[in-house]
Design a protein. Structure first.
Length: 255
């Protein structure tokens, strides 16, 4: 596949697309690494046939300092290349673990990184396993506008928004304005890297679920609420309800 040479555009013109198996996959990363992933995904053409992917030469994308500054409003440009390269170094070492229901598979996001300090750019080559879940999907995929998640400050909020976007997209395809989906607490822990964190559900709810729902509902175009199912006095499942949010508060200082 040819190198992606998309020039920097306004965030409102950018979106990133991923197979739904990545929405519930387990992977650890920082906020800056996640932003780099979003930028990288947005530079691929999701409508290009997966048949064009070359296992020996998967797609390479170029991320510039300008791309990075646009993704992080208010970032000092003098520090942007340093932060970009650090995020690329860390993300290079990260692995993705698909949920067992999607096939027990583990792979890295990138197989190669190249840094060009004089030009202020980083070239990143996706692994074939990652790339085939980012282009050429005919169904079971979700596209997210970068602008929609630009104001989110929590990694868990971004992961929850991506899941919520898939829920509302399915609902709208069925001519319904409200989306519903139920997932186990264990699956939520898996996708948010909380398998061993916050062992008691009240802690998980207070530290992860509630802040993420609140931030998404205040700062994005979606509103999320949840109900909880118990078994033997323990919360075991989460019932998500997703609706369009006509008046998101993009300037809210939610932490």
């Amino acid at each position: 596949m040819a190198k992606a040479t998309t020039t920097a555009k306004d965030l409102a013109e950018h979106s990133y697309t991923q197979e739904n198996s990545l929405l519930t996959a387990h992977y650890a990363c920082s906020m800056k690494e996640k932003r780099l992933l979003q930028i990288g995904m947005s530079k691929l053409n999701p409508t290009e046939s997966y048949l064009t992917l070359d296992k020996d030469a998967p797609p390479t994308i170029t991320v510039t300092v300008d791309d990075w500054v646009k993704a992080f409003g208010g970032v000092v440009k003098a520090n942007a290349y340093r932060d970009l390269t650090r995020a690329a170094d860390m993300l290079y070492e990260r692995s993705v673990h698909l949920h067992p229901k999607d096939g027990k598979e583990k792979f890295r996001w990138f197989e190669r990184s190249r840094f060009d300090a004089p030009r202020g750019v980083v070239d990143l080559t996706f692994t074939y396993s990652a790339a085939r879940r980012l282009v050429g999907m005919e169904n079971n995929f979700t596209s997210t506008d970068l602008l929609s998640v630009e104001g989110l400050k929590r990694l868990s909020s971004i992961r929850l928004y991506e899941l919520a976007k898939s829920i509302i997209d399915v609902s709208k395809s069925r001519k319904k304005l409200t989306g519903h989906q139920t997932m186990s607490v264990d699956d939520f822990r898996y996708m948010t890297d909380c398998v061993e964190k916050y062992p008691r559900f009240p802690e998980l709810k207070r530290c992860v679920i509630d802040p993420a729902m609140r931030e998404v509902s205040l700062k994005t175009d979606l509103t999320i609420t949840a109900k909880y199912e118990k078994a033997m006095r323990n919360v075991v499942r989460i019932q998500w309800t997703v609706k369009d949010n006509d008046q998101p508060d993009m300037l809210s200082g939610v932490e």
